[in-house]
Design a protein around this ligand. Structure first.
Ligand SMILES: Cc1cc2nc3c(=O)[nH]c(=O)nc-3n(C[C@H](O)[C@H](O)[C@H](O)COP(=O)(O)OP(=O)(O)OC[C@H]3O[C@@H](n4cnc5c(N)ncnc54)[C@H](O)[C@@H]3O)c2cc1C
Length: 494
């Protein structure tokens, strides 16, 4: 069977491998000149940066993909746990290293929030409980047909805290401002606001703090390279610098694709790893999706975007570990600016991945590669990412970091590169520059993401962070597993 995959992001790569394992002939078309999509890398003057993901969770999902292809992930990647997972800094000098090591964690909490030590353990129990109730029914379930929905235990559906917000629930557990802010931060992992998003997202702390945070030796881009290698070993064909302009269909079925150079390719089944909103609004014609339905896709709220500043600096900072977070003073105001006013935060929380802490080869000797990320609103008329605005925001972040303890940072910069929300759109066509697909700000929005099989075209499937079950590496891998599972179901029924 001749199958095509639009996009070589990690969702497209995993899909291509799984299809090849099913015995299909697979071609992947990618508009850029390399694999990985938002999982990418940048190298300059001896500095090396991952430009997308830096923290890897639930590695067992990736392991499963390799196993389904008859291979072991260990032959392709060296996956190591990160401890501490992340170092958190508050402006009053409090520092907290998060870890899966509970005794160490509680010892630290005794120092800065003794009243909350017991609640920390209770909260992880509550988070684990949401995982138990949502994993089989939501994450590992394509949720496509009635028979998939039957797996959802109705009693559990009302116990997953969809009608409270992350923030309200966290505040009920903790008294200290430190642990309140710490636990609210996890909601940003899928680009949502803890002050709006349903408390169901309190599942994320369990995934990271109990199942662990991981890194791949050499950098996370190795994951994309490993999937690419696996796909090539399975005879998947890749066509780079090849943009798909239109999905061709007849009578409710995809017949092929129209390339940007106006040539056409016929397929028996099509998988889109391009953003779901982009796929439905830009790649499908109005004969397939009526203008009103297209507008509904446009109206889906994207996740937040991000502003990335990559600094190669000719010094090291003793206070930094691999992953670092410098918290803002007023978290609620920060998210109000991002999600309600759609403005950049005046006092943003700043994340820094400093992989040179663990990888000598990522920066010249005695130097550091700082990948700095702050959340920003998705693209709207409120912010125009002109060069002038970008530079000014970058300089502001550098100054803030100097005030927060990275002394004389500005004097040590060898390499400086930016990635803006506009770049995320231009490079990957992600809806309004979002970095995690759609937001999960509404009570049940996590359950209402575009499905992995199209309701419009009977042989079209969708994979990637904008589809079910969501953004982030493990969920994108799951979307590929779902898409190919749904395709196999259809194939077996034919
Ligand atoms: C700055 C940043 C930090 C992140 N941090 C983390 C993290 O720490 N941990 C984590 O788990 N996740 C993180 N994420 C999220 C994670 O990177 C994404 O969820 C994931 O990489 C998305 O993969 P994807 O396959 O869905 O889509 P994409 O990476 O967007 O891939 C889609 C591909 O399709 C191509 N394409 C689009 N349209 C066309 C077309 N018409 N023709 C041909 N090709 C097309 C694009 O060029 C792209 O290569 C981060 C993301 C960013 C940007």
């Amino acid at each position: 069977m001749k199958t095509g995959v639009i996009g070589a992001g990690i969702g497209g790569l995993a899909t291509a491998c799984l299809l090849a394992a099913e015995g299909c002939k697979v071609t992947v078309w990618e508009k850029n000149d390399s694999v990985g999509g938002k999982m990418n890398q940048f190298k300059k003057d001896g500095y090396r940066f991952d430009t997308g993901p830096s923290l890897f969770t639930m590695p067992f999902v990736l392991e499963d993909i390799f196993k389904k292809c008859g291979k072991s992930v260990d032959d392709y990647l060296e996956i190591v746990s990160v401890d501490p997972i992340c170092r958190y800094f508050w402006n009053d000098g409090v520092v907290f290293d998060s870890s899966v090591n509970l005794p160490d964690t509680l010892k630290q909490i005794q120092e800065f929030a003794p009243q909350d030590a017991e609640s920390y353990v209770k909260f992880l129990g509550y988070s684990a409980d949401i995982y138990q109730k949502t994993a089989a029914t939501f994450l590992y379930n394509p949720l496509q047909k009635l028979r998939d929905l039957r797996k959802v235990k109705k009693s559990d559906f009302f116990k997953i805290d969809a009608f409270s917000t992350v923030s309200n629930k966290v505040d009920r557990y903790f008294e200290s401002k430190y642990l309140r802010q710490f636990f609210k931060r996890f909601t940003t992992y899928n680009g949502s606001s803890p002050f709006i998003a349903p408390a169901t997202l309190n599942v994320i702390p369990y995934v990271e703090l109990c199942l662990g945070g991981f890194y791949v030796k050499g950098g996370l881009y190795k994951i994309a390279e490993a999937l690419h290698k696996l796909a090539e070993e399975m005879d998947v064909a890749f066509e780079f610098n090849t943009e798909i302009k239109r999905i061709l269909s007849d009578n409710g079925k995809v017949t092929g694709v129209l390339l940007k150079n106006d040539s056409t390719v016929e397929v028996d089944a099509l998988f889109s790893n391009a953003d779901a909103t982009f796929t439905y609004t830009k790649l499908c014609g109005t004969d397939v999706i009526k203008p009103r339905a297209k507008q509904q896709f446009k109206d889906i709220e994207p996740s937040c975007s991000g502003f990335v500043l990559m600094l190669g600096v000719n010094t090291t900072f003793d206070n930094l570990v691999h992953h670092n977070i410098f918290f803002s003073d007023d978290y609620e105001n920060e998210f109000r600016q991002l999600f309600i006013k759609k403005q950049t935060a005046t006092d943003p929380t700043i994340y820094i991945a400093n992989t040179s802490y663990d990888e000598a080869g990522h920066a010249p000797k005695g130097c550091s590669n700082l990948f700095i990320l702050v959340n920003t609103p998705y693209l709207s008329d409120e912010v125009e990412w002109t060069d002038e605005f970008t530079n000014a925001y970058g300089e502001k972040i550098i100054k803030m970091l100097e005030e927060k303890g990275l002394e004389n940072l500005s004097k040590h910069i060898d390499v400086k590169e930016y990635i803006t929300p506009k770049d995320f759109y231009d490079l990957y066509y992600s809806n309004r520059g979002s970095i995690y697909g759609t937001s999960s700000n509404l009570p049940l929005s996590a359950f209402l993401r575009p499905r992995n099989k199209s309701p419009y075209l009977s042989n079209m499937y969708l994979t990637g962070g904008s589809t079910h079950p969501g953004g982030g590496i493990p969920l994108v891998m799951l979307s590929a597993l779902h898409a190919v599972q749904l395709f196999s179901r259809d194939k077996n029924q034919a």
